[in-house]
Ligand binder design. Sequence first.
Ligand code: SF4
Ligand code: SF4
Length: 198
Amino acid sequence: MKRREEMTFWERLYVVEAFKGIVLTFSRLVRNLILYLFGHEKKIAATPATIQYPNERRDYPERFRGRHRLTLYDNGDIKCTACFLCATACPARCIYIEPAEHNNPDIEKFPHRYEIDTLLCIYCGYCVEACPVDAIRMDTGLHPEVYPPDPRLFIEDKETLMQRSRLLEDNGSKTLYDMHMKKMQHVETHPNDEVKYG
Ligand code: SF4
Ligand code: SF4
């Protein structure tokens, strides 16, 4: 275990540390102003840790827990058997399932309705861990929706979650992400337009 470091006398005074912080902030400000005035904006842009989302993107690691998808069989049928294990494991209680009887006598039931309230979701991945048939995954590489105009759009229904699987399998994760970014850029520039969220 890492031991808590003792503060020195000068650190305990706080005023010295606060003053050092102010000096650092203003020195950066003055440096960037000088660079800007002398036309060296590129050097300024190289410094910040932030990016201009949604015009720029970061590459997420492969194990990034992104937005959910419901996986499908080769014939397009949903794999989910409406067993409720994901909903039971979910600490945010944000999965809603309505089961229904399946026409196929070999399949006990399927989710007539499956919804995830992504405003409540904490992206912990417990639902994925709990699923016994690999019917739900978070491997889309998509971060949560940022600003849909209607809060109800944060609720992702069964068709949205299935469609995400189709898009991922047909076009790959890069295309899925590019579509997402394009949509975000459109919302940024035309906030009042109707946009289909998926
Ligand atoms: S990621 Fe976590 S919070 Fe979100 S739906 Fe799954 S179990 Fe619930
Ligand atoms: S996604 Fe998996 S755990 Fe959740 S109801 Fe469907 S089969 Fe069960």
